[in-house]
Design a protein around this ligand. Structure first.
Ligand code: ADE
Length: 225
């Protein structure tokens, strides 16, 4: 899988890429992730990438020309199943979207900044718009890192235990059950007996029951889906 991230502040994502589970995935050849700086395609000696918005109003807008050039250069070299724009007015990111995207061969993620990008780039190139929640970040970079992380950990072999990602919260619209590790007794707080029983069938039943309980308590909306 290949992910190209287009940004005017690539440093914000580079730190994440060089530290996380994503780094291991890249080193293992499971995914190729490249950052692309819009500034490289900026106009004139000052490499201008943004301008005031037509019609007036505060805030700068990322210009169409540098973005279009960069996107077209990438399209000439690679094939993209989706070109995603990170924006608070996009579709809210969910596990099911991560599942779907993890099956793609190539995706491009465009990060906005300031007031966002010129609408014509959205109209001409973007195939999907994603928000990571109802709040406004200063740019799309952290949102792009969130989406990238959620996708990459689903690629088979990225997490040691292949079944691990499948038992996460939100797979099957259920929250994950509580988990425990050693010691069995921590300051008088004991691990539920059943987890020490070695009876796999009973343990699976217990986990499902706890998952349902936790979902009912915290996210009853998920059970309606
Ligand atoms: N850019 C700014 N805020 C954002 C959000 N909530 N989700 C995705 N991209 C964003």
């Amino acid at each position: 899988m290949r992910i190209d991230i287009v940004s005017c502040q690539p440093g914000l994502v580079e730190g994440f890429l060089s530290q996380s589970i994503v780094k291991n995935a890249m080193e293992a050849g499971k995914v190729t992730i490249e950052m692309h700086d819009i500034r490289t395609y900026g106009i004139g000696n000052y490499r201008q990438i943004d301008d005031y918005q037509y019609g007036g109003g505060a805030g700068m807008v990322l210009m169409a020309e540098p973005l279009a050039k960069l996107i077209r250069d990438l399209q000439a070299r690679h094939t993209y199943d989706e070109i995603i724009y990170m924006t608070p007015d996009g579709e809210t990111f969910q596990q099911k979207i991560a599942n779907r995207l993890s099956l793609k061969n190539g995706i491009m993620i465009i990060c906005g900044h300031y007031k966002g990008i010129d609408q014509r780039i959205r109209d001409m190139f973007v195939t999907m718009e994603i928000s990571i929640g109802d709040y406004v970040l200063s740019g799309g970079e952290i949102a792009a890192a969130v989406v990238t992380d959620a996708i990459v950990r689903l690629i088979p072999g990225v997490i040691n235990d292949e079944t691990s990602a499948l038992t996460d919260s939100f797979q099957d619209n259920l929250l994950a059950p509580p988990v425990y590790t050693r010691p069995a007794d921590f300051e008088g707080h004991k691990v539920p007996e059943i987890l020490l029983s070695g009876n796999d069938k009973l343990i699976q039943e217990w986990r499902l029951e706890k998952s349902i309980e936790r979902t009912q308590e915290r996210r009853p909306d998920l059970l309606d889906k």
